[in-house]
Design a protein around this ligand. Structure first.
Ligand code: CTP
Ligand code: CA
Length: 227
């Protein structure tokens, strides 16, 4: 993967990468969020630039330095991420959904800060589903031959869950991580399996997130070259 990254095998390609984690506001000061740091998405952006791609990075609530040479679009909510990714995907050769997208958002947004009231139980928070951006991108390819890649963090039966998710989403590649209390989130390293819609299975040993990123690009380039 290291050697391949020195070839500019993504030259002339536009790749769109989402990174980080969405936040769904409850009121002006509170949100439902997740622990994604955005590091894997940023590693994908850096390695894609190194391999010659034009890169659009859609960053949700990240606190990382902008990757040199990438166009960075900042978003907050899943709805904003969806608009930004769909817009950028219109002329993209590859879309990688590395962001952790909130599955649900609060059904109501309180214009003013929610206050506690003496002697009263808190109101339950009603949630509604967010659209599945990866499934949408996979079913409506904005360009023929566009390659769509998803990420999944799984516990328990990691590979079986990953295979089922790949089929459900309809993407070309799904990068499956095993997660636990102190694994993956916020860490510098990653260990994963890249599953292909063609049945392929590419294990990536524990190592820097750049190594996983380069393996993803290797697989993507192979699919693009088959066009
Ligand atoms: N994803 C998305 N839109 C959503 C939820 C997830 O595009 N509303 C994308 C993520 O960016 C990721 C992939 O789908 O690339 C898998 O996310 P994951 O949370 O593992 O999948 P879910 O279908 O939400 O399944 P689960 O119920 O296990 O959370
Ligand atoms: Ca989810």
């Amino acid at each position: 993967a290291r050697g391949a990254s020195r070839e500019r095998d993504l030259a002339g390609r536009h790749v769109v990468i989402s990174a980080g984690g969405t936040r769904e506001p409850l009121d002006p000061v509170r949100f439902l969020g997740n622990r994604s740091s955005g590091r894997q998405g940023y590693a994908l952006a850096r390695t894609a630039v190194a391999r010659g791609a034009r890169v659009t990075l859609v960053a949700a609530n990240t606190a990382l330095p902008d990757p040199a040479g990438a166009d960075v679009v900042r978003v907050g909510t899943a709805a904003q991420l969806r608009e930004a990714v769909r817009g950028a995907a219109a002329d993209a050769d590859v879309v990688v959904m590395a962001a952790a997208v909130a599955d649900f958002r609060p059904a109501h947004y309180a214009q003013g800060k929610i206050k506690k009231r003496e002697g009263r139980d808190p109101e339950p928070i009603a949630l509604v589903r967010n659209p599945d951006i990866l499934a949408e991108l996979s079913s409506v390819r904005s360009r023929p031959g566009q390659v769509v890649v998803g990420f999944a963090a799984e516990t328990d039966d990691v590979l079986a869950n990953g295979r089922a998710k790949l089929a459900r989403k309809g993407c070309d590649l799904l990068v499956v991580n095993e997660v636990g209390e102190d694994r993956t989130f916020g860490s510098e390293e990653n260990e994963a399996v890249v599953l292909g819609a063609d049945g392929s299975e590419t294990p990536v040993p524990r190592g820097p997130k750049e190594d996983l990123a380069d393996t993803v690009w290797d697989r993507v380039v192979r699919i693009l070259d088959k066009e």
